[in-house]
Each structure stands twice: as C-alpha cells, then as structure tokens.
Design a protein around this ligand. Sequence first.
Ligand SMILES: [Zn+2]
Length: 211
Amino acid sequence: MSPTWEKVFYFFTFITQGSSFLNPAAYAIMHRRHHAYADTVRDPHSPRYIKNIFEFNKRTFIEYRGLVNQLFHNKIRIADVPRWPTLEKIAELLPVRALFIFFYISIYWIFAPSPWYFFLIPLHILMGPIHGFIVNWFGHLIGYRNFKELKDNSKNTLPVDLLMMGELYQNNHHKTPNNRNFAHRWFEIDLGCLLASFLQKLNVIQLNKGL
Ligand SMILES: [Zn+2]
C-alpha cells in the first residue's frame, strides 16, 4: 500500500474495531510466534496445551498485553508491519474504549426492536478477541485436514468458511503461510483473498511476487 492508503486502512481498522481494537504490530508478533511454535508448549495459544477456554483466553490476553507494553516502551521491534504510534496510544486509552462502548449501547438503545437484542452488546464490545478466539481455538481443534503431514494440530474448521472470511482454513494456512489464498480445494472459498484481489485490481494494494 502507499503510505496514504495504509493510513486510511489503519484509521478505519481503529473505527471498526473500536472498543476491542487490537494493535496490528503486537498481533503480528503473536501470530508469527504461533506459526513458529504451532501447537508446541511455546505456542501463545494452542488448544492442544491449554484445554480450558477461560485459561486459553487469559493466556492469549496476557501474551498480547505484554507485547503491546513492550512495543510502547521500545523493548521489542517489528519492521514490516504498519505502525501509527499516536493512533495506537489513543486507541489504548480507556476513555476511548468506553466512548465506543457508549456508542454501541446508544445504537441498541435507539434501534433495537426488542430488549433481547441487548444480549448482543457484549459481543460487539469484545468482537476483536472473540474473532481471535474462534480462529485460534476451533482452527486448531475441530475440522478436517488437507495436509495430514503437518506436525501441528491445524484444522480446516468449515468447508465453506464465509463466517471468518477464510481464516478457518488453518490447516491450509499452516501448510503455505505466505500464500494469500487460504482456500485449497474446489469447494473452499477464501473471501479475504477475493477481497485482496479486488483491492489489487483497484490498485489500492500491490502483492509481493509469488503471493
Ligand atoms: Zn494457526
């Protein structure tokens, strides 16, 4: 991406993730550790070793928070990931997260056709970590494997993954982590990859050779 497009996407990531904004650099470091040590004791989130859902999320949260703190204090560096230090600090402020939560509640308060809809509010507040949990937990626990030779526990959880836009083809992704297309067999569809191709056609992104 050009620096301008990168800023545009970064800003809209902040707006859309809102109360549960995840620092891209911290997440990138955690994700690379996951690939380097997939389903070993050094994996930051492996359902093979952490079998309790609450412990799983707690451990992921602690790992992630530690990385954010290290990044903010320049104790850890990552070169090839977008950074926007000012926005990152703003996104971390508790009043900012609270403002997003207030905004979500207001939308429900005004538009919800029945109070039952209020049960969806926690899902909105925590949508970032919930998405991460679904991919990291189920993607290494339940599903089929196209590449049985892999030593990790990665699975393709949904044969047609519209829900997580291709992220639940973990087995395919672990086989070829640098391939932007997570789909492998004829019935698998990676919407994330299709979207990337669309953005490439619009010249918003350029893909590295071979990806
Ligand atoms: Zn994985």
